[in-house]
Design a protein around this ligand. Structure first.
Ligand code: KIV
Length: 269
């Protein structure tokens, strides 16, 4: 039986009903369809693609062309989950007009269900314009990777009272601007709890403890495919990098020793 497509209204309803929201990232058709079949509520075409897929040092080089290309591919595999695309660095900070235009391109060409923007009060105007134009927005606060050059490190954010209070105010202004949810990345669990209680829209945590309304991880991290480094908040549900290296090594060995292909793997008539 075909299950009902998840909407932004469903995600808001899940907070009211106390149901945890599940989210993972995908960058291509294959992972999009696998995660969709696994029953995830949200699938994010994250700009983490720049680091995980393109081998870049930061998320900053991720372009609108990249976002469109990867969102289109994931869209073809996602039938049920809410599909959200990250808006690339400088696609929404330059002006509110540009933000609406760029968000519109993702909706028109890749048929995404929502977009995600990093930042607080400073981008509330852009969010309001995008939402008013009919496009749902998810916010992102805490360790916002597009600001890595300002932060200088990937350390936990908002540990000091002043930054924690600012984050709470930012979360409230995103909600006022019309965001339907907000990602909280790498902040103390107690602060995430406070923000989650203060908002009527759901919080989706990554390294923000257990009190958020939902959780997101980078799929390649939790599957152990990307094993170059492992943040403390990542739980590994598989060790696929090891499995893939072993399988590929075995394949190469069997070609070299002549056991692949066998006669049953060949066309003999
Ligand atoms: O780019 C990304 O993958 C993200 C999530 C991990 C929240 O922003």
């Amino acid at each position: 039986m075909k299950s009902k497509k998840i909407t932004v209204t469903d995600i808001l309803g899940m907070k009211k009903e106390g149901k945890k929201i599940t989210a993972l990232t995908a960058y291509d058709y294959l992972f999009g369809s696998l995660l969709d079949e696994a029953g995830l509520d949200i699938i994010l075409v994250g700009d983490s693609c720049a680091m995980v897929v393109q081998g870049r040092e930061t998320t900053l080089p991720f372009s609108m062309e990249d976002a469109i290309y990867h969102s289109k591919a994931v869209r073809r595999g996602v039938k049920r989950a809410l599909l959200i695309a990250d808006m690339p660095f400088l696609s929404y900070q330059v002006s509110d007009d540009k933000a609406v235009e760029h968000a519109g391109v993702l909706f028109k060409t890749a048929d995404v269900d929502a977009v995600k923007l990093e930042g607080g009060q400073a981008i509330a105007g852009a969010i309001k314009r995008i939402v008013t134009a009919g496009m749902p927005v998810m916010g992102h606060l805490g360790l916002t990777p597009q600001s890595i050059k300002t932060f200088g490190s990937y350390d936990t954010r908002a540990k000091e009272p002043q930054e924690a209070e600012q984050l709470l105010q930012d979360a409230l202004s995103l909600q006022d601007a019309g965001a339907f949810a907000v990602v909280l990345e790498k902040i103390p669990a107690e602060l995430a709890k406070k923000v989650t209680r203060a908002l009527t829209i759901p919080t989706i945590g990554i390294g923000a403890g257990p009190f958020c309304d939902g959780q997101i991880l980078v799929t390649q991290d939790m599957l152990g495919i990307f094993d170059k480094f492992r943040p403390k908040f990542v739980r590994r549900y598989a060790d696929l990098a090891h499995e893939i290296r072993n399988a590929c090594q075995k394949y190469a060995d069997e070609i070299r020793n002549g056991t692949f292909p066998s006669s049953t793997e060949s066309f003999n008539d």
